[in-house]
Design a protein around this ligand. Structure first.
Ligand SMILES: *Cc1c(COP(=O)(O)O)cnc(C)c1O
Length: 743
């Protein structure tokens, strides 16, 4: 097959065509050799409101096994496929959750598991970010400007989704997911009236107004109804209307709660259109759906106002209500107390808890790292865990080594080929046999990837990185619990120490940031502004700027991440213990040979288990300590006792920096020292962990002085990264949750 494709590429006439035409025609050539399979038998389906796919071109050529050959053939025609890196990312997602969905699809195809994805084809992806005077400026992400040759519109498979006040046409676009098998990501596009089209215009439209909330509900139902309608119809065509064997052939995974309406839609459809009894439909649903929880942050657990849902989806609201009454009957049979019933209820007063619905109906409920799954049982759903202990599972997240090593770090991959033979590409466990004392070539690879990263940053952000510096990176969504603000304070502390000659033998260091702040998240925007002001001060100070540099890159996305993870020495993963469910950025860095400087949170804990505490830099309060501290913690006491902490914190308000009169910095200062009506001061325990963080960063810096020893630590991380392959995660889902088998 691939020799034919290569022949087609040899025959391709690129002459006189502009780069967009070349991109489209070459992609279309490849698509001719990609045929989605439709295996008989049991399949799993992934339902997600986000898919952060990134660029398809290079990845698909890699998966087709022709990347290097194609690159050669095309370059002889004057086509540089690296120029296709100007294609916009398919950024139909926000962060880790959407990227996880993309990694899982990749791994399922890569390992030939029958898994398809369902989602929404947003017209605009996550906004594009620029900095203007250090502040985030947002613009629409028109990701289709280069066209979309990797998707196929299925005109004759469109279907109508009904709301009380309108009908919307859902048109499928299929994106083949290439691996050992070819699976499908089917994204629905909304067509119809102007209001109907709004449904797929943006990811996560603002939901602070009633109109915004209604739009979110519409999006979730649109995805749910289109997917369920199609699966039910296909099933009936094959097996008839009884639905007795539906759960034998289908396992549906809810990626967080955004598609929980598919449970209600499933029951509605079966009872209304196919004459199945409610009890039976609920029972089938209980053997069909599973739910992955991604956060224990209470504000992130979706609840919908019952009356609001009823307004546009009266039948769906009624199904949820009926699920509640069936559940209560079941709970009473189990002798649950009133309080226990209240805690598990789907209907919470006038609101519907999507998470409780997912836990009640879901056959399996999983967290995404060992510690997180424990917290899900212990803190989030303790009552459900008491009555349904077997539901609860853990599947630690993973990342695909194809995009996150083979594609983004071809130099390290080639080195591994040389040391281990290419067998590691199929069998990641072989990484364990790497001789990590043999560091010379690895050091050269890391230097090369840093150089490439520096070139990329110069091109995209116009900043020249310090030569030969240690690269520390914190790239991820901007959120208080991820504590970019703590890194800001740590950098200031190092800056003052350098300036005052208190820090000797400091190796030049670059602190790299990348993050988008949610549009309505005032504090996150304040932290971006603050870091950009720190960058301006530090980078402009002749006394220190050969030693310390701060760079916040614009528009962090998958393609940027591919450059950053390969060129980084130190991965900063410093969330407050108990708050980062898993993290996957941490795994990408580890695989590419960065040490982790971080807290015992999320998958960091498992990273340390595999790669060794001695090869990483762990600091800060544990989950248990944070839980103990919660009631007694007094950040102002720390401020009064620790002049170093106070000094950096004071820069928010003492005139060191200006936020241009926006009030960002005062509000950040208040959040740490006064609190707000919804939280206590410093509720992410920055002051608790800051001194230890600074020490850890400085220890990294000193250790780096012994190049070989440091490189060995880095290689130890690569050598023990096999567990964090999403091939392993997918195999666990297949076995523990979906009960599906490889081709
Ligand atoms: C991997 C990835 C994330 C998730 O990063 P975390 O550090 O796990 O939060 C977010 N955004 C992009 C673009 C990614 O590639």
């Amino acid at each position: 097959m691939n020799t034919k494709l290569l022949q087609d590429l040899k025959d391709y006439d690129a002459a006189g065509k502009d780069i967009k035409t070349q991109y489209t025609e070459i992609s279309e050539l490849c698509m001719k050799y990609i045929t989605p399979e439709r295996r008989e038998g049991r399949r799993a389906y992934y339902l997600s409101i986000e898919y952060l796919m990134g660029r398809m071109f290079h990845n698909n050529l890699l998966e087709l096994g022709v990347l290097e050959e194609a690159e050669k053939i095309l370059s002889e025609k004057g086509v540089k496929i690296s120029d296709f890196e100007e294609v916009e990312d398919a950024a139909l997602g926000n962060g880790g959750l959407g990227r996880l969905a993309a990694c899982f699809l990749d791994s399922a195809a890569g390992c030939a598991y029958p898994l398809d994805g369902y989602g929404i084809r947003y017209k605009y992806g996550l906004f594009k970010q620029k900095f203007e005077n250090g502040e985030q400026a947002e613009s629409a992400d028109d990701w289709l400007t280069w066209g979309d040759p990797w998707s196929v519109r299925r005109e004759n498979e469109k279907r109508v989704v009904h709301f009380a006040d309108m009908d919307v046409t859902a048109v499928p676009y299929d994106m083949p997911i290439v691996g050992k098998s070819v699976n499908t990501l089917r994204l629905f596009y909304a067509e119809g009236s102007e209001q109907a089209q709004k449904i797929c215009e943006y990811l996560y439209p603002a939901d602070d107004t009633e109109e915004g909330k209604l739009l979110r509900i519409r999006q979730e139902y649109f995805l749910s109804a289109a997917a369920i309608g199609e699966l039910a119809e296909r099933y009936v065509r094959k097996y008839g209307r009884s639905f007795n064997r539906f759960s034998e052939y289908h396992s549906l995974q809810l990626n967080d709660t955004h598609a929980v309406m598919s449970v209600a839609e499933f029951i509605r459809l079966l009872t209304k259109d196919y004459g199945v009894s409610f009890a039976r439909a609920l029972d089938i649903a209980k053997h069909t759906f599973n739910y992955t929880n991604h956060t224990i942050l209470p504000e992130a657990l979706e609840c919908w106002d019952y009356a609001l849902m009823e307004k546009i989806l009266p039948e769906i609201a009624a199904v949820f209500k009926k699920i509640q009454s069936y559940a209560v009957r079941e709970w009473k049979r189990k002798n649950c107390t009133k309080e226990e019933i209240a805690a598990m209820s789907v209907l919470q007063g006038r609101r519907l808890s999507m998470a409780n619905a997912a836990v009640y109906v879901g056959e399996k409920v999983n967290g995404v790292a060992a510690i997180h799954s424990e917290l899900v049982k212990r803190n989030l759903f303790p009552v459900a865990y008491k009555y349904y202990p077997d539901k609860f599972q853990n599947v630690t997240n993973g990342i695909t080594q194809r995009r996150w090593l083979m594609l983004c770090n071809r130099e390290l991959s080639a080195l591994l080929d040389k040391k281990l033979t290419p067998a590691w590409r199929e069998d990641m466990a072989r990484l364990e046999t790497l001789d990590t004392t043999d560091t010379a070539e690895f050091i050269a690879v890391k230097a090369e990837k840093k150089k490439q990263l520096a070139e990329y940053i110069l091109r995209h952000d116009g900043v020249k990185l310090l030569d030969g510096a240690i690269v520390y990176a914190q790239v991820k969504r901007l959120h208080e619990y991820k504590r970019q603000l703590m890194t800001a304070f740590a950098i200031l502390r190092i800056y003052y120490d350098l300036k005052e000659g208190k820090l000797k033998d400091f190796h030049p260091s670059v602190f790299l940031f990348g993050a988008k702040a949610a549009s309505g998240y005032f504090r996150a925007k304040g932290i971006i502004k603050y870091l950009n002001e720190i960058a301006r001060l530090v980078n402009g100070d002749e006394q220190t700027n050969k030693l310390l540099q701060v760079v916040f890159v614009q528009n962090y996305n998958v393609s940027y991440a591919e450059k950053i993870v390969a060129g980084t020495d130190v991965s900063l993963q410093v969330s407050t213990a108990g708050f980062e469910a898993s993290g996957t950025g941490n795994m990408k860095f580890m695989l590419n040979g960065a040490v982790t400087c971080g807290t015992m949170d999320g998958a960091n804990i498992e990273i340390i288990e595999h790669a060794g505490k001695e090869n990483n830099y762990i600091f800060g309060a544990s989950v248990e300590e944070i839980e103990r501290l919660k009631d007694t913690y007094d950040p102002n006491e720390i401020l009064s006792q620790n002049a170093d902490v106070k000094r950096v914190c004071d820069t928010l308000t003492d005139g060191t920096f200006s936020d241009g009169g926006k009030g960002y910095f005062k509000e950040l200062h208040d959040s740490l020292t006064v609190g707000a009506h919804w939280h206590k001061p410093d509720h992410y325990f920055i002051f608790r962990d800051l001194p230890e963080y600074v020490d850890a960063l400085i220890k990294v810096n000193r250790d780096y002085g012994d190049k070989a020893a440091f490189a060995q630590k880095q290689l130890e991380n690569t050598a023990h990264a096999a567990f964090f392959s999403s091939d392993r995660s997918i195999a666990e889902y297949a076995e523990k949750i979906w009960n599906i088998v490889k081709k």
